[in-house]
Design a binder for this molecule. Structure first.
Ligand code: FAD
Length: 352
């Protein structure tokens, strides 16, 4: 490994991996330090980029820019690493009432939404499979990115190039100098922290407007359930292939432990029973902590005092769409004097 580097990156989840990869593509020298715990947000992510969510069918923030950008980025990864990561799919969102039918009908005429609501028919699935008395609407395109595979691809690539250290970062060992940082045998111009929920323990960025959100997921098998769309409703039922599906995930703001709970298992089974009418078998349960910020925007920028310490975090519930776009914007900010979107700047939380 080189000792003199442009960047040290802490964290090899979605945020750190994409940032490191893009920096390498720009010819920068990088080392990545990750403690390689099995249970990270990125390894638990369902991988969906769903442009329209919520009870009132609202478009996700900046989705018209984020979705095509993400699609192009993940396609380039597929090509470079000769792998299958992306599934272009659709959501069949279960309508709950006549009011929702009317809301949706209005949205299909709204030109800001038509791109995602091209199929204007209400779809009715067999009620022996799916409970949908008011029918379903179709949202497309929706992307499903195989996120655990993506993280594995990046790990192998970084390891092959001798760029990944699988150890816990020791904050006490970081020496901050005027124009560089020194960490053990490495000397770098800048260090970027991408620890996801691990940022809570960071001495320089541990006290930001975090509002971490635990998510639990159940995996189940159902022979008869259709596999060519995601069922959307009070939660998502996502086909995984071979008659396997996931349901979830849940949202808990007051529990940041990684353990799975009986309470959330029962909550998901209730939702599953309310939607799925055919037989199923539960396979397993999992949990992860989403790195969410109070205003639901990423958090990016330099430390107020130590200008060579940076954070790239806060991807929250939408890391798959946010990380590629904002990694690019962040690198332009770091390397080409570009500007950061005011809604993601770390400085938005500084006291005036
Ligand atoms: C159940 C669930 C479902 C989700 N579904 C979706 C979805 O469908 N679509 C979507 O867009 N998003 C989804 N998300 C959110 C998505 O997973 C996150 O936005 C994204 O993965 C965050 O990536 P990250 O790199 O910031 O954090 P993480 O994935 O948590 O990565 C942080 C990394 O930092 C490392 N680290 C932390 N501290 C240290 C340290 N001191 N030393 C060394 N290494 C350290 C960890 O080992 C880890 O590898 C979901 C999340 C969960 C939990």
């Amino acid at each position: 490994m080189d000792k003199k580097l442009d960047y040290i990156i802490v964290g090899q989840g979605l945020a750190g991996s994409i940032l490191a990869y893009k920096l390498l593509q720009k010819g920068k020298s990088v080392v990545i330090i990750d403690e390689s715990k099995g249970e990270t947000s990125s390894k638990k992510a369902s991988g969906l980029i769903n442009p329209i969510t919520g009870r009132r069918f609202v478009k996700s923030w900046k989705i018209d820019e984020l979705l095509p950008f993400a699609l192009q980025f993940y396609k380039s990864i597929e090509e470079t690493f000769n792998t299958d990561l992306i599934q272009e799919t659709k959501v069949h969102r279960i309508l709950q009432s006549v009011e929702q039918q009317n809301d949706w009908a209005a949205k299909t005429k709204d030109e800001r939404y038509v791109h995602y609501l091209k199929n204007k028919d209400v779809i009715f699935h067999s009620k022996t499979l799916i409970e949908n008395p008011f029918g379903c609407i179709e949202i497309a395109p929706v992307l499903k990115i195989n996120t655990p595979l993506l993280i594995d691809i990046f790990s192998s690539y970084f390891e092959k190039n001798n760029l990944l250290q699988r150890v816990k970062f020791d904050y006490k060992a970081l020496k901050i100098k005027e124009n560089k940082v020194v960490y053990k045998t490495f000397e770098a111009e800048k260090i970027i922290f991408c620890e996801g929920f691990g940022a809570a323990k960071n001495p320089w960025f541990g006290n930001l407007a975090y509002s971490f959100c635990k998510g639990e997921v159940l995996w189940f098998e159902a022979e008869e359930l259709p596999e060519d769309f995601i069922i959307g409703g009070s939660t998502n039922i996502t086909p995984l292939g071979n008659h396997q599906f996931s349901i979830g995930s849940t949202y808990s703001w007051d529990d940041v432990s990684m353990n799975i709970t009986e309470l959330k298992k029962q909550e998901l089974i209730e939702k599953l029973n309310a939607i799925v009418k055919c037989n199923y078998t539960i396979i397993k349960q999992g949990a992860g902590i989403r790195p969410t910020i109070k205003d639901r925007r990423p958090i990016i920028g330099a430390h107020q005092t130590h200008k060579n310490l940076y954070i790239f975090n806060g991807m929250g519930t939408k890391g798959l769409s946010l990380a590629p776009y904002f990694a690019e914007e962040f690198i332009e900010f770091l390397e080409e004097n570009g500007s950061l979107n005011s809604e993601v700047k770390l400085s938005r939380f500084s006291k005036k």
